[in-house]
Design a protein around this ligand. Structure first.
Ligand SMILES: NC(=O)c1ccc[n+]([C@@H]2O[C@H](COP(=O)([O-])OP(=O)(O)OC[C@H]3O[C@@H](n4cnc5c(N)ncnc54)[C@H](OP(=O)(O)O)[C@@H]3O)[C@@H](O)[C@H]2O)c1
Length: 261
């Protein structure tokens, strides 16, 4: 077995490399050794290595920014995966590709199975789903593994070189108690057959008040009450966002992107 591991500087890739204990060789590929976006690099590098297995942990993971960087997200998460799958097929290698639970819209109230229809809500999720499909279409020995939150010692290449465990340890060391507050979700909001990302968590903390999106939903009041308790020093104001959400965001998102003109 010769296993080529792509994305070794990321959270998952780091820990897979650290714990690799199969007989055979592990070839760790950093971006400088294989840049998935460099023209022809995937075929050239993998044909040199001649792996029996390729494990792809590389990804464009900037979930929010992907809404503005569609091409960049699809280039790594879909097009490059298609090239990996084609190359693996040509080499007779097995491709193990990682994807995400974000391919689902989260509306199902029981655990998802492989047979559930994906319904991605944003560009990141759509790009990951496109990658899954290309992997399975172009390589007969392709496996897609959908993961959700990652917990390990590897640090995220995307989220500021840290991870969940380190963040929790840092917060604990600071002496501040942690409080996890559960917010309900509004019922599904759709436009022209497309599910929109309606969520009460898209609130905005301003001086003296918190603006919270509402959707004429039975959970509006519950969410407002929970947030009023959390932000007891501020006035909590609900603003109907049924129209705003057509743009795939609500009040918090509105404060992020400033159009240049
Ligand atoms: N983190 C999560 O909670 C989570 C949740 C669900 C699914 N997933 C999925 O799990 C997998 C691993 O995620 P992760 O959190 O470990 O990722 P990560 O920490 O963000 O690491 C991404 C990796 O991809 C590499 N990469 C990005 N663009 C590349 C390119 N053009 N060429 C070569 N390498 C490139 C990065 O290299 P550099 O270090 O050089 O940038 C890095 O090694 C992904 O498929 C992700 O979609 C993750």
């Amino acid at each position: 077995m010769r296993c080529a591991l792509i994305g070794v500087t990321g959270q998952l890739g780091h820990d897979l490399a650290r714990t690799f204990d199969l007989p055979g060789e592990l070839v760790r590929l950093t971006r400088s050794e294989l840049d998935l976006l460099a023209p022809g690099a995937v075929g050239r590098v993998l044909r040199e290595i001649r792996p029996t297995h390729v494990v792809n942990c590389a990804a464009y993971n900037l979930v929010d920014r992907a809404e503005d960087e569609r091409d960049a997200a699809f280039a790594v998460n879909a097009d490059a995966v298609g090239a990996l799958a084609e190359t693996c097929e040509g080499l007779g290698a097995t491709l193990i590709h990682f994807s995400t639970d974000y391919v689902f819209d989260g509306a199902k109230r029981t655990p998802y199975t492989e047979d559930d229809a994906p319904a991605p809500l944003g560009v990141y999720a759509a790009s990951k789903l496109a990658g899954e499909r290309l992997a399975l279409e172009r390589c007969r020995r392709a496996f897609v593994i959908r993961v959700c939150g990652l917990y390990g010692v590897g640090q995220s290449a995307t989220a500021g070189r840290t991870n969940f465990v380190e963040t929790m340890l840092r917060l604990a060391a600071s002496g501040k108690p942690l409080r996890v507050v559960e917010l309900p979700m509004p019922g599904p909001v759709s436009f022209q057959g497309r599910r929109l990302p309606a969520s009460y968590a898209n609130f905005y903390i301003a001086n003296g008040l918190v603006l919270v999106p509402t959707f004429n939903d039975k959970n509006d009041r519950l969410a407002l009450n929970i947030l009023a308790e959390v932000f007891s020093d501020r006035e909590v104001v609900g603003i109907y966002c049924g129209d705003l959400i057509w743009g795939f965001g609500a009040i918090h998102c509105m404060t992020q992107q400033q159009p240049a003109a």
